[in-house]
Design a protein around this ligand. Structure first.
Ligand code: ZN
Length: 151
């Protein structure tokens, strides 16, 4: 499901998040060119934490990476010494008064396909709270969500 970066995310209609600005990140499609370029390793590490502790897990079915062309193999990522699927669900990243919503596949797009998301998303990942912290837990509860680990 393609959506342009920083587009308005409109799939969530919980009254708690209605007043929040939600922006899409990394909803890529093979038919639409995307920005490529190097991104910091520290960003990859923090993005990985989001992608193995996403939200809305198992809501929309499994999505195969169009760029790998490896159907029907599921797309996975390495978390420590564990290989875990990353082809289902979303991550929500707090950027202060903006929530960035990306597919859990976004880590795979960044590290395997050179996708370079907008700077403001990279900043939010670097500066916002990580899943597993009390701060993130408080935010996501306020948004009416809960974290779903894929491990
Ligand atoms: Zn891929």
């Amino acid at each position: 499901m393609y959506q342009a970066d920083l587009d308005t995310y409109g799939q969530w209609c919980d009254p708690r998040t209605e007043k929040l600005t939600m922006r899409t990140i990394g909803w890529l499609d093979i038919a639409v060119p995307y920005v490529t370029g190097p991104t910091p390793v520290a960003f990859h590490r923090r993005l990985l934490e989001h992608c193995v502790h996403g939200v809305l897990r198992l809501m929309c079915g499994v999505h195969h990476c169009q760029f790998c062309n490896n159907e029907p193999t599921r797309t996975t990522l390495w978390y420590g010494n564990r290989k875990v699927p990353c082809d289902n669900g979303e991550i929500w990243v707090s950027g202060g008064d903006v929530i960035y919503v990306a597919p859990a596949m976004v880590y795979h797009y960044v590290t395997e396909h050179g996708y370079c998301p907008p700077d403001e998303f990279i900043d939010a990942v670097m500066q916002g709270p990580l899943p597993g912290t009390a701060e993130y837990c408080a935010l996501i509860t306020r948004w009416g969500m809960r974290v779903c680990s894929i491990m």
